[in-house]
Ligand binder design. Structure first.
Ligand SMILES: C[S@@+](CC[C@H](N)C(=O)[O-])C[C@H]1O[C@@H](n2cnc3c(N)ncnc32)[C@H](O)[C@@H]1O
Length: 227
């Protein structure tokens, strides 16, 4: 069901029509997924929530490597393709769910080992929406749990180009609104989290090479009590 009355209804439609093309970002896992899987295995992550999973190129990769993935996206087309592929590959450890991340996360407090998202946090999300997603991630992650995400950055070829579409956001000629981040903006979003690392990388998937930050945060094992 397409949601109405929301700021980026147009973007949701844009993704629905984009995913008519199978494997829009290619069928291989992303550079981010390959980079962070060893850390997740080392940390004994079992349950991962993937936000903005698209057609599932990273979901299958994690599931094939033994993780239990709940993959969410507001594109029904993306989730249908992900479910079909999971069935074809006989992967029982994938659950696909159509969900808008602005509506909170449907999980209990302190219940998830890791939350992963590649290029979701740099979609058409306002600063307030981003903060509320960060707060929800903090609530549902177990103490010591990991929040792993990527965002397009201020060195990206599309940074500051094309049509302005809000604070730090630009609409590219394909019609996608992208939110770009400096390292300082990520540090500010990460207040209250332990920063494991923030590092730059390139995503070479079609249709062009993008520059991003890989961000790994940890929910502190102990939160400081307010006086
Ligand atoms: C740039 S694509 C990345 C897809 C996937 N992570 C990948 O790398 O192949 C961003 C994805 O976020 C989804 N998305 C954008 N805003 C969303 C929202 N508010 N709630 C859920 N999904 C959203 C889009 O439908 C799209 O699939």
């Amino acid at each position: 069901m397409i949601m109405t009355g929301r700021r980026s209804e147009g973007q949701q439609r844009q993704w629905e029509t984009t995913y008519v093309q199978k494997d829009f970002f290619g069928s291989k896992p992303s550079e981010l997924a390959e980079s962070v899987l060893p850390l997740m295995l080392q940390e004994k992550v079992r349950d991962v929530v993937e936000l903005g999973c698209g057609q599932g190129r990273d979901t299958w990769y994690f599931a094939r490597n033994g993780l239990f993935v709940t993959a969410m996206d507001y594109s029904e087309a993306g989730i249908c393709q992900l479910r079909d592929r999971a069935n074809d590959m006989n992967l029982g450890n994938i659950k696909g769910q159509v969900h808008d991340v602005r509506d909170g996360l449907p999980f209990q407090d302190n219940s998830i080992d890791a939350i992963y998202s590649h290029m979701l946090m740099c979609m058409e999300l306002s600063d307030e929406e981003l903060q509320s997603i960060m707060d929800e991630c903090f609530r549902v992650l177990r103490p010591g749990g990991l929040k792993i995400f990527s965002v397009r950055n201020d060195h990206d070829p599309h940074y500051g180009k094309f049509d302005a579409a809000g604070k730090d956001m630009w609409r590219n000629p394909m019609g996608f609104v992208v939110h770009f981040f400096t390292k300082e903006q990520i540090e500010s979003l990460a207040k209250g989290w332990e920063i494991v690392h923030i590092k730059e990388f390139e995503d070479r998937s079609p249709p062009f090479t993008k520059k991003l930050y890989e961000v790994v945060l940890r929910k502190p094992k102990r939160t400081v009590e307010a006086f």
